[in-house]
Design a protein around this ligand. Structure first.
Ligand code: NI
Length: 167
C-alpha cells in the first residue's frame, strides 16, 4: 500500500489488507507509548517555544495530533454507518490557532493524546474487514479506502513525532 507518509517498524509491509486493523492498532499503541516514555518530562518552555510566529511549537504539533485523533475518531465511526462517501475534513491551522495549545500544560496534553489514542486503537482493531475497501473523499483529496485512512492515520502521527524530535 502506497501511503503519503511511510510507516515505520513492523507495520511497514502490510500485504493483506485484512491485517490493517490489528497491525495499525498495535502500531498506534507502540508509537504512543514510546513517545510518552521519552517526552513525558519535557520542559514547559521548550515545549511552548515557537521558532517563528507562524511555525508550530511542540505543544502545537501535539495539539495538531489531538485534532487528528478527534477528527479521525469521527471518520472511523461514521464510515461504518453513513450512506455517504464523504468524510469530514478540518482546517488544521485554524484548529491549532483557535485552541491556544501553548496555554495548556505539556503533561496534560500528552495524557489527553495518549488516552485518546488508546480508544482509537480499540476502535481501529474492531473495524470489520468488509469496511476496509469502502472508498471515501475527504475535502478536495482523491477518494481513498477506509483501510488507507487507517494506515495514513499512523503515518501522519509518526511524521509529526519526527518533526517534534528534530526541533
Ligand atoms: Ni499534519
Amino acid at each position: 500500500m502506497i501511503t503519503k507518509y511511510p510507516i515505520k517498524n513492523f507495520v511497514d509491509k502490510i500485504n493483506d489488507p485484512s491485517e490493517i486493523p490489528a497491525k495499525i492498532s498495535k502500531g498506534v499503541i507502540e508509537t504512543v507509548n514510546n513517545f510518552v516514555e521519552s517526552h513525558r518530562s519535557l520542559d514547559e518552555s521548550a515545549a511552548s517555544y515557537k521558532p517563528e510566529p507562524q511555525k508550530w511549537s511542540k505543544k502545537e504539533i501535539l495539539g495538531h495530533l489531538i485534532d487528528s485523533a478527534s477528527n479521525n475518531h469521527q471518520r472511523f465511526v461514521r464510515a461504518q454507518y453513513l450512506n455517504s462517501t464523504e468524510l469530514i475534513s478540518y482546517e488544521q491551522n485554524e484548529w491549532v490557532q483557535i485552541q491556544q495549545y501553548n496555554k495548556r500544560s505539556w503533561k496534560e496534553l500528552v495524557e489527553l493524546w495518549k488516552s485518546y489514542n488508546q480508544h482509537l486503537a480499540h476502535i481501529i482493531a474492531e473495524i470489520p474487514t468488509r469496511y476496509l475497501d469502502l472508498t471515501f473523499t475527504i475535502g478536495s483529496n482523491e477518494p481513498v479506502s477506509l483501510g488507507y485512512i487507517i494506515v495514513d492515520y499512523l503515518g501522519h502521527m509518526q511524521h509529526h513525532i519526527d518533526q517534534i524530535d528534530k526541533k
